[in-house]
Design a protein around this ligand. Structure first.
Ligand code: NI
Ligand code: MN
Length: 258
């Protein structure tokens, strides 16, 4: 029975009923596939992180519908992180947390309600504090056959009402700033890309998990396309080599950590 349960975890990358780690802090964080997450806060506000839903092949159909979006955050200008930003922003009128250049782009597309910021700064929306942190990547926005300058890529540290901190790394390679993020913010949960090729692979992500000192790591930016080869199981192996004590929470798209 025990072997069966372990085998099920290995095959599906998810959790059989009852074995999912529970934080019990009043939030629900649902993976929509790739780097998109829906966060429902204790105060029942909805935060959509990196809006790529409609064209996201990993997003389950039932997870594409929203009742409300109170805040949207955007990590950088690539389509697999913001291609639904304009449509969803016009429909739900959220506050949009993003860099200054993406704010200019969205304003040109007729989107109001952007709340631009830059790295090192913090702002509050819907009871959550958003701190913009560094990411090492690129951020051009494809627009009608042109590439528009999208400012610098970033990650965010979200501080919830009760002080719980969730770090969404965006697309990034490993970087010395992760030590800064660990020391300054001590995130409880880190959402880290592990797919390789366009971002960190499992080896780099294991180092990053240790550097940011998170108790729980949720792997993202993996399994969306065949080219993204890093898996949660490979991340676990790399963490073991480093002797790191954090726990990998390998969600399947549509599953939640709460
Ligand atoms: Ni990217
Ligand atoms: Mn990406």
């Amino acid at each position: 029975m025990r072997i069966c349960a372990r085998l099920a975890i290995f095959i599906a990358g998810g959790y059989p009923a009852g074995l999912m780690p529970q934080l019990n802090r009043g939030f629900t964080l649902t993976w929509l596939g790739h780097s998109s997450f829906r966060l429902k806060t204790r105060a029942a506000k909805t935060v959509l992180i990196d809006p790529w839903v409609e064209g996201n092949p990993a997003c389950p159909r039932e997870a594409k519908a929203f009742d409300a979006i109170d805040v949207m955050t955007i990590s950088h200008g690539h389509g697999d992180h913001m291609s639904d930003a304009v449509t969803l922003a016009k429909k739900f009128k959220p506050a949009i947390v993003c860099n200054y250049e993406i704010h200019l782009f969205l304003a040109r597309k007729g989107v109001n309600g952007t709340s631009p910021m830059n790295k090192g700064g913090t702002q509050e929306a819907a009871g959550v504090r958003f701190t913009m942190v560094h990411a090492t990547h690129s951020s051009g926005i494809e627009d009608g056959g042109q590439v528009v300058y999208g400012g610098e890529p970033c990650g965010y540290v979200l501080t919830l009402e009760d002080g719980t901190r969730i770090y969404h790394a965006g697309d990034t390679g490993p970087m010395a700033d992760m030590t800064v993020i660990g020391e300054l913010y001590k995130p409880d949960v880190a959402l880290l890309p592990i797919g390789d090729l366009y971002t960190m692979g499992p080896r780099e992500a294991a180092w990053a998990a240790k550097a940011v000192q998170a108790r729980y790591v949720v792997p993202m930016h993996h399994s969306t396309f065949p080219a993204l080869t890093g898996t949660p199981e490979m991340l676990r192996e790399e963490l073991k080599k480093l002797g790191a004590s954090c726990e990998v929470v390998a969600l399947r798209p549509g599953e939640s950590l709460s």
